[in-house]
Design a binder for this molecule. Structure first.
Ligand code: ZN
Length: 337
């Protein structure tokens, strides 16, 4: 933590600096905030600062070298498998590791990612670690939703909240990374306003996949192509992603129907959406949106994803049949903004 990496970390970073300056870093710190805000980055920056032999993340001492190589013995990390809870076995492994004394003189840092995914048994087991903290050890819990954790755990952690920067400042930050402002705005809208999530999205092939998906939607709404065949083309895309994209489109259709284009998400196809917002039956769009929201919840459980995707595409096909205004020709999707 030689310097501040992301400006929106400022308030939390200054608080951490103050703790360090007074040599009273709490033994359990919770860094919480939305996905894509840089919680992990901040936790590692703090670890570098604490474990560096010169106390300033010098980047040259043996401790810093071990951190760079990713094998510092006094930095313990716990990361649940994607989409899985953090189980008691993993917590027990951590507790065992904490019985050993740190190998260097700078104490020890534990980083627990997605700590809000601890299941009840894991949380119960972890509570003892918080009640009887290991000496010279700072535990950093990272999470999006602290409220998912028991109050007994929350009350034993010092909580530091990372908040999203204002959209205009996040947009400027992306533009400074050579992103055209239209794309920056779109990426932020699609990623909950989180700058790092937006940047990662722009650096991936997600923008191209999303556009290809919108082209599929264009075909469905225009009645060009069999919904089941089109669904088959999207079997490899995570259903969560498809549902999220559809949610943004459905929400935009409702917004545009109410002439609210200020909070539009899919700003790069506003004209196309506007045409469909005018033609489609608003009640049906609203039902579809509700169904997507319910489905988003249900996706945590085992479902037949192929059937679900087909039924979603068939429902979009039905939206077309229930147009309030049948007009000649179909709205054409092309890049704007
Ligand atoms: Zn160092």
């Amino acid at each position: 933590m030689a310097e501040l990496s992301y400006f929106w970390h400022g308030p939390v970073w200054r608080q951490l600096e103050a703790y360090l300056a007074q040599d009273r870093l709490p033994h359990a710190l919770m860094l919480h905030g939305p996905r894509g805000i840089g919680k992990r980055h901040l936790a590692y920056a703090l670890a570098e600062r604490v474990l560096c032999e010169h106390g300033r993340a010098c980047g040259r001492c043996p401790s810093c070298n071990l951190l760079t190589a990713g094998n510092h013995p006094d930095l313990l990390t716990l990361v649940p498998e994607p989409g899985k809870p953090l189980t008691v076995d993993r917590i027990r492994e951590l507790i065992d590791a904490l019985t050993l004394t740190p190998q260097y003189q700078r104490g020890r840092i534990v980083i627990i990612e997605a700590a809000d995914r601890m299941n009840p048994a894991a949380a119960n087991s972890f509570l003892k670690t918080l009640e009887e903290p290991a000496p010279d050890t700072v535990i950093l819990l990272l999470c999006e939703q602290p409220s998912l954790l028991p109050a007994t755990i929350l009350s034993r952690c010092q909580r530091l909240q990372l908040t999203l920067p204002p959209l205009s400042e996040a947009e400027q930050w992306l533009v400074a990374r050579n992103t055209p402002s239209g794309q920056a705005r779109l990426a932020l809208a699609l990623n909950g306003g989180a700058p790092l999530a937006a940047a990662a999205w722009l650096d991936s092939d997600a923008p191209q996949r999303r556009w290809r998906f919108l082209k599929t939607l264009e075909k469905l709404l225009a009645g060009q192509g069999d919904p089941v065949v089109l669904a088959g083309e999207w079997q490899d895309e995570p259903l969560e992603q498809l549902v999220d994209w559809l949610l943004t489109v459905a929400a935009d259709l409702v917004r545009l129907r109410y002439d609210d284009d200020g909070s539009l998400i899919n700003t790069d196809c506003q004209g196309w959406l506007q045409d469909w917002a005018r033609r489609l039956d608003l009640r049906q769009v609203f039902h579809f949106w509700q169904r997507l929201l319910n489905l988003r919840q249900a996706l945590q459980t085992q479902l037949n994803r192929t059937l679900l995707l087909e039924s979603l595409f068939l429902q979009i096909d039905r939206l077309r049949h229930e147009q309030t205004q049948i007009e000649t020709g179909n709205p054409v999707l092309d890049h704007q903004g």
